[in-house]
Write a protein that binds this ligand. Structure first.
Ligand code: DX5
Length: 219
């Protein structure tokens, strides 16, 4: 089962509530809320207030991607705000193992992600305590960036490791996912496609764009 997970980073910031509802009506199971602190990534945007504002509007999973240094400081705050899953960057954590354990102790799903320049073995020791693994296929900070094809091999290696462990943890891919790159990442073993600018754009509705991504995979 391949899941499309729209990222609201590319939605109209003046209409985030409608953007979230549009995604729910389009039938997606989750949206990703990209949180940026201007230090871990060269951009600043959403905070816990956006999560709490969206929480009452939709029932779908609110997946919070923390692109902030020392995310351990804000796990409780985002869980309190209504996050169903928190994804932390291995590179940003003082102790990623403890961070994932803490997220689970908060009663929500624990996700871990790594940037294109970070080797897969940086997260190998926490695969058993993660509920969701996300491979970045752009250097994080902005939507609409170019897909980094070298990450396909990393996805393939991660899929091999999880298969060897008979693990069914989802492999998400985030960054530059569109109708051209979607089939590539699925063939490499990804099961969740995080997509921002290919879902929220002026050339189609969210439903049309999500369906185009799904179609591109089954061609
Ligand atoms: C980090 C963000 C983006 C976003 C997806 O920059 O995490 O990757 O979710 O943006 P697109 O799909 O437009 O590359």
């Amino acid at each position: 089962m391949i899941i499309i997970e729209p990222s609201i980073l590319s939605a109209d910031f003046a209409r985030l509530g409608e953007a979230a509802k549009e995604a729910e009506v389009a039938g997606v199971r989750a949206i990703q809320i990209d949180v940026m602190d201007g230090r871990f990534v060269p951009n600043i945007n959403f905070g816990p207030g956006v999560v709490s504002a969206l929480r009452p509007l939709v029932k779908i999973t609110l997946d919070v991607h923390l692109m902030i240094v020392e995310p351990e400081r804000y796990l409780g705050v985002f869980a309190e705000a209504g996050a169903d899953r928190i994804i932390v960057h291995q590179e940003a954590c003082v102790n990623v193992h403890r961070a994932l354990e803490t997220i689970r102790e908060l009663g929500i799903e624990a996700g871990v992600t790594i940037n294109p320049g970070t080797p897969l073995n940086a997260i190998e020791e926490v695969l058993d305590i993660a509920d969701f693994i996300q491979i970045m296929t752009v250097n994080p900070g902005f939507g609409g960036q170019k897909f980094i094809h070298s990450q396909l091999d990393k996805i393939r290696r991660l899929r091999r490791i999880l298969n060897e462990r008979s693990s069914h943890i989802p492999i998400a891919v985030d960054g530059g996912v569109d109708t051209t790159t979607a089939p590539l990442v699925v063939n490499a073993g990804a099961t969740v496609l995080v997509a921002g600018s290919s879902v929220y754009n002026s050339s189609g509705t969210v439903a049309e764009n999500v369906n185009a991504l799904i179609k591109s995979i089954h061609l």
